[in-house]
Design a binder for this molecule. Sequence first.
Ligand SMILES: Nc1nc2c(ncn2[C@@H]2O[C@H](COP(=O)(O)OP(=O)(O)OP(=O)(O)O)[C@@H](O)[C@H]2O)c(=O)[nH]1
Ligand SMILES: [Mg+2]
Length: 223
Amino acid sequence: MPEELVRLEQRLLRRNEDAAAELRRRFRAAGILTVNLMSSPGAGKTTVLERTLASIAPEPAAVVVGDLATENDARRLRRHSPWVRQVTTGTVCHLEAAMVAAVLEGWDLERLHYLFIENVGNLVCPASFDLGEAVRVVLFAVTEGEDKPEKYPPIVHRADLVVLTKCDLLPYLGFDLERFRASVHSVNPAVPILPLSARTGDGLGAWLAWLRSRRAALAVPSS
Ligand SMILES: Nc1nc2c(ncn2[C@@H]2O[C@H](COP(=O)(O)OP(=O)(O)OP(=O)(O)O)[C@@H](O)[C@H]2O)c(=O)[nH]1
Ligand SMILES: [Mg+2]
């Protein structure tokens, strides 16, 4: 890569890191658990969030959702929460901290317990952009095959949780759960894996318990 292009990329990432640090400070001060959800297009992020918002109520939870175009996901999510904002990125394949900061305008963060950020469907670009989140969740659908984690290591490397979605389809696919686990753990040996079906609700209880435990951990000062 030409040197000038490398410098430009470094500047862009540095600017994002500064904006993300400021967001993280605001989220911490407000006591919100911010969750950055990342996956390939169509792995089931919005469907998981629809179920999550419906189940986590009356705890107040907000969503910022990124897509290149359309308000489709925000429309779906608004049925479950009044705090939903869509970011349309045009041609940009990931969310950036400044985009998130811009749409938070006017929200009283102190009132929220959770902020979910549904990133643009993409397993590559979102990995490099910190959004000030407390936790990163990467979703893979059973229809994608067992080896995707090892093919897209950067996004898995920094994940706090891997969710395997659409598990209701397992009986039809011949998907090898052990191969998937090995693929995830070859990149990130300690990361927990949570199988889930947003269609049947299987695994939803474990997902909610994980979220609640991570939120409770925010209150404990780290040594
Ligand atoms: N069988 C089955 N289908 C699912 C499940 N979750 C989602 N789907 C379907 O998968 C498709 C994509 O789901 P979305 O939730 O829109 O996926 P997404 O990751 O938000 O997609 P983008 O935002 O476009 O990247 C939809 O047709 C859903 O109905 C599931 O648990 N089981
Ligand atoms: Mg979506």
